[in-house]
Design a protein around this ligand. Sequence first.
Ligand code: MN
Length: 338
Amino acid sequence: MRKMERAHCTSNDGPAIAAQLRALVGRKVAVLGHVRPDGDCIGSQLAMTRCLLALGADAVAVNEHPVPRNLKGFVADTPFLLPAEVADLEERVIISVDCAAEKRLGLGPRARISKVDMNIDHHISNERFALNNYIYADACATAEVLGCLFLDQKLPLDKTSAQALYVGISTDTGQFRFASTSARSFELCCQLMELGADPAVAARELYENEPFSKIALLRAFLDSLRFEFDGRFCVGILPEEIWESTGAEREQTEGMVDYARDIEGVQIGALLEYRKDSVKGSFRAKDAAMRVDLLAAKFNGGGHACAAGFNCEMPPEQFYPAMIVALREAFESDSNHS
Ligand SMILES: [Mn+2]
């Protein structure tokens, strides 16, 4: 295996991390991710678990929630288990990947573990809840951290892991579009391809295998789009009855809000899920200056400057006017600054 040519996040810590992983030979290990796992979480858990198995550890990947349907095809023979399926979770060395806060490990795993031994992540907000914390906010994905580490330290990285790490990087960078995408990300993906990663196969699994219920949900969302503030804000609304009429699952709203944000002239896009007495939603901005995290915070939510979500105990007919008031403040302070 080639070494990475470019200096990167784990250049300094790599030998120490590798030594800790190699010392797990013969030990029982659980590799945890975060609740509602995404491509980077599953890809990172998968590669870490397979690496440890190849080193001779008894490793399993454990998640509060099952592997999402569009990621199942990448798992192959990797042991992904729910907490209830791991009788000896209490006895295992715990490694968490891609998880920014201890509570994001989920109630199931947290009820069974007393400490986290190693925490590897790329979220700047990581709460450093483990005994050993390796956080690299300059990496586009946890999969990038692990890919660089495994290649540099000559740790086991098979074809299944190469594909899963590629999936983690391509999904966490919005298919190599976000500002976090670096020359190093591409250099790593080049090496992952040499190890057997296949972007076309990955894309087919990820994006070209959608259940029709998801497209029906998207159609309803697009039909509902409306504009406020002279086209600077675009919002789509999913009513409570939509789940029954389309047969869609709630997790299938993933990525839908982007359609509202992506429209020419729109600065903030939103997706609202109306329930009887509450509203769940997400905001997306093109520019971090819009600070949609502060907007979401007004409705019991939070997140990043460009991407935030909330779950607000307020009936929809009260919520909408309250949201308009909050947006007016956001847009007014934006025009003052520009
Ligand atoms: Mn990630």
